[in-house]
Design a protein around this ligand. Sequence first.
Ligand code: KIV
Length: 262
Amino acid sequence: MPRITLTDLAKRKTEGRKITMLTAYDFPFAALVDQAEIDMILVGDSLGVVVQGKENTLPVTMDEMIYHTEMVTRATSHCLVVGDMPFLSYQVSREEAVFHAGRFLKEAGAQAVKLEGGAAVKKTIESIAAADIPVMAHIGLTPQSVHKMGGFKVQKEMDRLVKDAKTVEEAGAFSVVLECVPGEIAKRITDEISIPTIGIGAGVHCDGQVLVLHDLLGLFDRFVPKFIKRYANLGEDALRALRQYKEEVEGGTFPGEEHTFK
Ligand code: KIV
């Protein structure tokens, strides 16, 4: 299957066919997501929390994002790979934003980048898009603004959200993530803009859905928001396997004859 393109995604919206997206952060999981023919992989800065074990996404660096994105792109031939711009990689100046966005394509082989914010990042999106770097926007709950928002909260200001969505579309974003937005607001935005909306905690009316892979597979349980559906319990399976290994080594039943060279 050829790699998904921006044209494919735009066509999905006009045809009313849903778009699938998941995060991935390394080669083995990205290979599985690619094999499952998910449309897009987001190498999210959520890796700061689910891979690095940090409190939030703020400490994640550009070099860490490039390191993970490069592993992901090497594993994929079908998914469109989106590199997530970490905190302070696009807020300082437009020049820096274009340079850092370009690194995702040039050094890590991604096809697009994502950044957080609505009307406030209009000029930044314009500058990156003007360099022919496809940009996905992200509005609603934007985790890099956790301190300004006073926590991870559902965003309910309809007028601001609609304005943000229209502004990022005008600025040249090819798609927009809606995070933790009431279903009715997400529906209105989806109806009123022509680029695909990708929801996480934004209900069923978005043009597509994204989830953090570790949440979906049951590999992260420090907190489990309402919008997450667990499709597997890999954490429990892994723990069972590790305990059995310990038991067998301690009990002298591993390695067996079949694992031993003659
Ligand atoms: O970093 C991330 O994984 C994200 C998704 C939650 C959309 O931004």
